[in-house]
Ligand binder design. Structure first.
Ligand code: ATP
Ligand code: MG
Length: 415
């Protein structure tokens, strides 16, 4: 093929020049052939890891040896990292850990890769090696295992999840029946996978432009219910509806859409980050505020005061998430709700309004003579409630006056 421009970038070019016989491998080659943007180039070379590190260092590249035991080093040039791996062949695997040996055979290295479209290699000059028909599979939209699917899954069960990631991005038409059957057979073993790896793969799958079909297949094969554990799957159409209404291709929003209830609990079980779990919890809360205002949204409301109240209580991004999700759920279940343009207008207004912040703090109350303690907290909360009901527009002076009045009222009552 024509020498791809990406291999002429300074870092890959320097790496390939330092390693005679080295080739680009894996995702970069696949994406060059598919005409897709290539993020980073992985290179393989027929030398043991220490020799690769030595050759790269001699060529003036900065080399990180963190993955040396696994046969991988990272070379960096002009801030661009390139992963460089020795050719490997599997010796034994137990489904989770592979013991590898170095080899000089490109075919052996390709044979241990998961899918034919991931087993291609390419020289800087544009010579392509395709030992297992990966190019034809890529062109046909066929995600096919290298070798016997059941054997390859028994070696590494994670491949069952990786399958759906690649199916979502490159699959077209009917999925490979042999792959699907073998994946069904591997379902009982998926509970052995670490939840961290499951979560990482799920997010990658959900980052695809339109993962709905692959996710439906994942559900039909029993893989999705198994990896999600005791979570309630939502309506199958919600993910597709999200794409249809033009929601952002956001893996977290899509994960939320997969589960009508308990997305946060499911994420916690999968050891998602605290930030990710918090986001799902906050979206759930924001959803409670969106649900009752649907009739108002349908007729162009609610008014700015009500919108400011929402924004004072819930993070803007979570309200937007909740609006996307509610719109998609309505559509998937065939429920009547605001029409699509009404939702768009609502989101545009939500996005445009400045976020109101309550103008008083503890020291304002102190300055007004309130003693620190529970009474101060109560007074500030009361004043904030008044500020909210008023539409979140009252300034600090107006709020101070209100607080002073409330203080007077309390003291009159207690007297
Ligand atoms: P992406 O663009 O999503 O990163 P990728 O093909 O680069 O796609 P990686 O997970 O980065 O995917 O893996 C790089 C390459 O390593 C794959 O293309 C594949 O050849 C090989 N590989 C990765 N994981 C496995 C696995 N579990 N079993 C076999 N081969 C694998
Ligand atoms: Mg990659």
């Amino acid at each position: 093929i024509a020498p791809p421009a990406i291999l002429a970038d300074p870092a890959p070019a320097a790496v390939l020049a330092a390693l005679p016989g080295g080739r680009a491998v894996g995702g970069a080659v696949r994406d060059v052939l598919a005409g897709r943007p290539v993020a980073d180039v992985d290179v393989a070379a027929p030398f043991p890891p220490e020799e690769i590190a030595a050759r790269l260092t001699a060529a003036g590249l900065r080399v990180h040896e963190t993955g040396l035991a696994h046969g991988t080093v990272t070379a960096v040039l002009a801030g661009q990292p390139v992963e460089v791996t020795s050719l490997r062949r599997d010796v034994v695997t137990d489904g989770r850990h592979a013991v590898v040996a170095w080899t000089t055979s490109w075919r052996e290295d390709a044979a241990r890769r998961d899918f034919t479209m991931n087993a291609l290699s390419l020289s800087a000059e544009g010579e392509l090696w395709d030992y297992f028909g990966g190019r034809a599979d890529l062109e046909a939209g066929r995600v096919r295992f290298v070798g016997d699917p059941a054997t390859r899954l028994a070696e590494d069960h994670l491949r069952a999840l990786r399958y759906f990631r690649f199916q979502a991005r490159y699959g077209r038409g009917d999925p490979d029946p042999a792959a699907v059957e073998a994946i069904r057979g591997a379902v009982p073993f998926l509970s052995r996978l670490s939840v961290e790896r499951i979560w990482m793969e799920l997010k990658r799958l959900l980052a695809a432009p339109d993962p709905a079909e692959a996710v439906a297949l994942m559900e039909a094969t029993g893989v999705l219910p198994t990896v999600l554990g005791p979570a309630t799957l939502g309506a199958p159409g919600v993910l597709g509806a999200l794409a249809a209404i033009g929601a952002p291709a956001d893996p977290m929003l899509r994960f939320d859409a997969l589960l009508t209830h308990g997305a946060a609990e499911a994420a916690r079980r999968l050891k998602a980050s605290g930030e990710e779990v918090a986001r799902l919890v906050a979206r759930y809360r924001a959803g409670h505020d969106i649900l009752p205002i649907q009739p108002a949204i349908a007729v162009g409301g609610p008014d700015d005061d009500a919108l400011r109240r929402l924004l004072a209580d819930q993070p803007r991004d979570r309200l937007l998430d909740a609006a996307w999700l509610r719109q998609a759920v309505n559509r998937a279940w065939g429920w009547q709700g605001p029409d699509d343009p009404a939702w768009d207008r609502f989101r545009a207004r939500l996005a445009a309004l400045p976020i109101p912040t309550f103008p008083l703090q503890g020291r304002d109350a102190l300055a007004l003579g309130v003693k620190p303690g529970p009474e101060m907290g109560r007074l500030l909360a009361e004043t904030r409630r008044w500020w909210m009901e008023d539409g979140c527009t009252a300034d600090a002076d107006a709020c101070r006056r209100q607080l002073a009045e409330m203080m007077k009222a309390i003291h009159t009552k207690t007297l």
